[in-house]
Design a protein around this ligand. Structure first.
Ligand code: FAD
Length: 562
């Protein structure tokens, strides 16, 4: 058998290595148009930021080592320019010598990845404007930035990679601004979680310009002028364009392979394209999301690597190994904070017409009495009927990644919030509490489903009527430092003795700092005959981030509701 693989990084290199492990006799050729194979794309921002100091550490494998270990014919700086699926051949072009030749295949694997978006804005090709996708881009950026340490950087796009670049350039001593067209950073997050991240970014001295788009660039004598849609401009020494990527489907389109509704290469559950001898993996494919049942593209290294392995199994062993789809589990380091998401955000469930409930909890990452316990925020989305977990977002410091992965496992296995309450974790004070933040998130969600607690969300605060009553159940000191709208203050410890101040025929909205005292107040009221009480999910802490952030937006832009 002769296997050809196009693209030699995440998905392609994984497929090639697995093919060899399963089939020692096969002829395997892997084509890569870049100069390097199997490198750590995910490490590139950290190399630019000097966190990874040794450039060689970026290369998981070299062409020579890969060839020696796996007996795979690695052809770098060689682009596959077309596929003839009838005759089962590809045409390749050696980008150094210009030589063009054909190779025959029995089975072909496409893993060409994604291409960065580069909109046709005036001046976009000026010197100093970069996209970051591969080692060559990294070398250009690093060389440019190394000469301008004290300069100014503008990142366009506040996605995961844009924010990683913002942090790394800031840490190099550059003054950094992030320009984002949307009203929030990190599109997969729901607004309250994003608002928390935004506050954190601003606290580090990075300027965030949200709801702001770039209309063009002008090269001045010594820097770049970035023109904004509000008529203003900012100047920078270096611009990183990080506005997103699109699947690289050029080869597939040219070969007449089917492209799906999300504009990725369509594959079946065995990762086989519309031609049975051509498989495809990674950023270039689309697949049905197991939670929304909608076709989507996942731009993540984990799924690409795992798909590479699965497709190799199917090629060698026959179609035996089904790919079940990705739930988009992703995490990013924002300075000292870790922010991650898995499953589906509330706004995306809403867009897909999927009925769900939301709960937000803040808990210490480990026992409060052990030094260094910092708060971690967990947002869950779950089905109202059976409590099936649909999504989770986590923002925190130590241990946020661990909780995100636990929640991702529950979602992937189709488990419910009830099972979160029983989740058994390793506990000692430096690591957790007897009730882990994951348990706590489960308890709160369970209370909602059991009708022990009705909640309202930050964005619903503006819907509270003048006839309704909003009670801040924190202490008088906390209340004095800041409150929501016209809330009155009845601290939870006084509530039992001040019930006469609260009419029974009104809707009662309650809040405390994080949600726990609000819930207790709600239980007291409920058992004293108050039937329509609602507790603010995530409390004042979450709401305040949203209020500050939407205040900033409203000051510079037209009104934005959260
Ligand atoms: P790639 O790994 O991009 O490989 C595709 C390769 O195909 C490329 O090298 C390309 O040159 C080659 N190619 C394309 N067309 C041809 C052709 N016609 N002929 C020959 N060769 C061709 N994901 C995470 O999960 N976590 C992270 O922290 C993370 N950080 C990232 C940071 C950066 C800066 C970048 C750029 C990506 C990051 N990603 C991260 C995304 C992750 O790297 C990708 O999802 C993953 O690499 C996709 O694998 P792939 O095999 O589909 O494509």
């Amino acid at each position: 058998m002769k296997y050809i693989i196009v693209g030699a990084v995440a998905g392609g290199a994984s497929a090639a290595a697995r093919l060899r492990r399963l089939d020692e006799q096969a002829e395997i050729i892997i084509f890569e148009k870049g100069a390097y194979i199997s490198y750590a794309n995910c490490g590139l921002p950290y190399y630019i930021g000097n966190v990874i100091r040794d450039r060689n550490k970026l290369f998981v494998q070299t062409a020579a080592a890969f060839n020696l270990r796996f007996n795979i014919d690695v052809r770098v700086t060689t682009e596959v320019t077309s596929i003839d699926t009838i005759n089962k051949t590809i045409t390749a072009k050696n980008l150094q010598s210009g030589e063009i030749y054909e190779e025959r295949y029995d089975k072909l694997v496409l893993s060409p990845g994604a291409e960065p978006l580069r909109p046709p804005l005036p001046g976009i090709n000026s010197e100093g404007i970069f996209t970051l996708r591969n080692v060559a881009d990294t070398d250009y950026i690093k060389q440019y930035v190394d000469q301008r340490h004290a300069g100014k950087a503008v990142i366009i796009g506040a996605g995961f990679i844009g924010l990683e670049m913002a942090e790394n350039l800031h840490n190099l001593g550059m003054k950094v601004s992030v320009v984002e067209m949307g009203k929030q950073v990190m599109a997969p997050l729901d607004y309250p979680m994003a608002a928390m991240v935004q506050q954190h970014i601003r606290s580090k001295g990075v300027e965030l310009l949200l709801n702001t788009s770039v209309t063009g660039f002008e090269k001045t004598d010594d820097n770049i002028r970035i023109l904004l849609n509000n008529g203003e401009h900012i100047e920078a020494d270096v611009v990183i364009l990080s506005i997103g990527v699109k699947p690289d489907t050029k080869l597939a389109v040219g070969a007449g392979l089917k492209i799906g509704t999300a504009k990725g290469i369509e594959v079946n559950e065995f990762l086989q394209t519309s031609d049975p001898d051509v498989y495809a993996v990674g950023d270039a494919i689309e697949f049905v999301n197991p939670l929304t049942h909608r076709s989507m593209i996942t731009y993540l290294a984990g799924p690409a690597n795992k798909q590479g392995r699965i497709c190799a199994d199917n090629i060698v062993l026959g179609n035996t190994h089904k790919y079940k789809g990705a739930i988009n589990t992703a995490i990013v380091k924002i300075f000292d904070m870790s922010v991650g998401t898995t499953g589906v955000a509330s706004k995306h469930l809403e867009a897909a017409g999927i009925d769900h409930l939301v709960s937000v909890t803040h808990n210490g990452a480990h026992a409060g009495y052990y030094p260094g316990a910092e708060s971690m925020t967990i947002q869950l989305t779950f089905a109202p009927v059976d409590g099936r977990l649909l999504g989770a977002q986590v923002a925190g410091y130590d241990g946020a990644d661990k909780r995100l992965d636990v929640l991702a496992s529950f979602i992937q296995l189709g488990r419910t919030i009830y099972e979160l309450t029983a989740f058994e974790h390793a506990y000692a004070p430096p690591y957790s509490s007897a009730k882990d933040p994951v348990n706590m998130a489960g308890f709160v969600a369970e209370n909602i489903l059991a009708s022990l607690s009705a909640v309202f969300q930050c964005r619903q605060v503006s819907e509270i009527n003048v006839d309704d009553i909003l009670i801040d159940v924190r202490t008088a000191d906390e209340y004095r430092e800041g409150k929501i709208g016209s809330a009155i203050n009845i601290p939870v410890d006084e509530l039992r003795y001040r019930l006469n101040e609260i009419p029974k025929d009104r809707k009662i909205y309650l809040y405390c700092e994080v949600g726990a005292r609000g819930y207790l107040a709600q239980r007291i009221l409920k058992q004293n005959g108050y039937d329509r009480t609602f507790n603010l999910s995530g409390g004042y802490k979450l709401w305040n981030n949203c209020a500050v952030e939407s205040g900033i937006l409203n000051k510079i832009n037209k009104t934005v509701t959260v």
